[in-house]
Design a protein around this ligand. Structure first.
Ligand code: BES
Ligand code: MN
Ligand code: MN
Length: 462
């Protein structure tokens, strides 16, 4: 595979411009106004897989957005790698905080990315990372370096809970049969510190509404005499954490997998600078659950966060009013072995119990997903580790991530195979935020590393 570097050099500009074309398509799955763009993006992914050398590509219709499926089966006795990724992106809001329009990709140099980074919604999450696999396939098919079978499954609803994918998997077990699942939709510690993600948190996402009087009221005439839904909602939310920042929902921690002293000490070895962390976020201190480090708080511990809150008057100037309703969106990140449906029920029962007489509370569960952890002694992990050694000259560090890809635990349950998370993003890439970007170095390094995974996975599977 000595020619991978020269292949990338030769095709570098085209690899970048093809990704830029894909990033121009606003495939925002959360907003129905973009539905045609989401569908067009699925077509673009289909075409890209055909051009990269898949023998068979199809758009698989689902109750929601389609799944693009592609395959190249060279020999049924060889292993099969199933690549998963998503072509949908998060909404770009708040638009006015973008330095350039989210769907007009541009390349800019940054301190971290002197080679340039592509700025656009989806640049890293996940179009850039997904497309690395398409270009790695192109390299392998064009140069006779594909050592095994490959299947692609690229969905368009990851950012909204992967409901259709769940349906698709359960109905296509045979079609999706594989020996390992390979995903690039996570990050690595730093450009010079490669890491393999060995865990993802689960998720329970709920929306709550506190309903008071039948109409908005004059806050002078009624204030102090009726429950103010905004006051009440805030007090209820404040009750969800205690003074040590533990979550107060009864039973919430019952099934949490507590790590051993040894495991925690092992985690501590990963390079991390609290000073740099604070500096990057412009905060003067970190905050979180007592007795846990920042890394632990954001990976092995469950959390509860308000993602949005609204109600009442928020226009110019002052309006003296008691709103009749207040709402919030709340996410809970979960760790092994918390069950998201159980946690959602516990939340609902507790939150309802916090409501004072005089208001009504509605808890509406959105989507959820189970956490995932994967061992480091699997064939897939070992193959990935060797691949990084080859292209980074360093052994990657296993690291549990705080993010969620809820479908991964379902892959293991339904398809009975391990998922290997080879992420090439950085925390500073601003995924889900304004000015999302992906380093060109990271993009090309991913393309270079992926073919080695195929090589070593095939060799180690013999
Ligand atoms: N790619 C991310 C998840 C991620 C990012 C994991 C970085 C680890 C490191 C994915 O697209 C995502 O945003 N997932 C959502 C959950 C989904 C159900 C909306 C998340 O984690 O908030
Ligand atoms: Mn993603
Ligand atoms: Mn995402």
């Amino acid at each position: 595979m000595e020619n991978i570097k020269s292949y990338i050099d030769t095709h570098r500009d085209r690899f970048i411009s093809e990704l830029i074309e894909l990033l121009k398509m606003p495939s925002v799955s959360a907003d129905p106004a973009f539905s045609q763009d989401v569908l067009n993006t699925a077509d673009a992914v289909k075409n890209a897989l055909e051009r990269a050398g898949c023998d068979h590509v199809e758009i698989c219709e689902t109750p929601g957005y389609p799944i693009v499926y592609g395959e190249k089966i060279i020999d049924k006795t060889l292993p099969t790698v199933l690549v998963y990724g998503h072509y949908d992106v998060q909404p770009p809001d708040p638009i006015d905080l973008w330095e350039s329009p989210p769907f007009e990709p541009i390349i800019k140099e940054t301190e971290l990315h002197p080679e340039g980074a592509i700025f656009a919604r989806g640049a890293c999450d996940d179009k850039g990372q997904m497309y690395m696999h398409v270009k790695a396939l192109e390299y392998m098919t064009q140069t006779g370096n594909l050592p095994c079978n490959v299947k692609f499954m690229i969905e368009g609803e990851e950012e909204v809970g992967s409901e259709s994918l769940e349906w698709f998997i359960i109905n296509s077990r045979e079609k999706l049969s594989n020996d390992v699942i390979l995903i690039s939709d996570t990050g690595m510690i730093a450009k010079d510190v490669p890491s393999i993600t060995t865990g993802l948190r689960g998720l329970s996402y709920v929306e709550v509404e506190v309903i008071g009087p039948n109409r908005d009221l004059h806050s002078g005439l009624y204030g102090g005499a009726v429950a103010n839904p905004i006051n009440v909602l805030n007090k209820m939310i404040a009750t969800l954490h205690d003074e040590n920042n533990h979550i107060t929902i009864p039973g919430f921690y019952d099934k949490v997998d507590e790590l051993s002293v040894e495991e925690r000490a092992e985690m501590e070895k990963a390079p991390f600078s609290l000073e740099d962390y604070k500096k990057a976020l412009a905060i003067n201190d970190v905050y979180g659950e007592k007795d846990y480090t920042t890394n632990e708080r954001s990976s092995i511990r469950p959390t509860l966060d308000v993602n949005g809150i609204w109600g009442g008057y928020i226009g110019e100037g002052a309006k003296t009013v008691i709103a009749s309703k207040a709402s919030a969106k709340i996410s809970m990140r979960l760790v092994p072995h918390q069950d998201w449906r159980e946690i959602t029920d516990l939340f609902q029962a507790y939150f309802e119990s916090l409501a004072p007489a005089g208001v009504k509370v509605i808890v509406k569960p959105h989507h959820g997903g189970h956490p995932y952890v994967t061992p480091i002694d699997s064939t897939g992990y070992q193959a990935a580790s060797r691949a990084y050694e080859e292209t980074f000259g360093k052994t990657p560090i296993p690291q549990r991530s705080g993010g969620s890809i809820p479908i991964v635990s379902l892959f293991e349950k339904e398809l009975k195979s391990k998922t290997i998370l080879m992420g090439f993003g950085l925390n500073s890439d601003a995924i889900h935020s304004p000015n999302e970007h992906y380093g060109i170095w990271n993009y090309l390094k991913g393309i270079e590393t992926i073919p080695y995974f195929y090589k070593y996975f095939t060799e180690l599977s013999r």
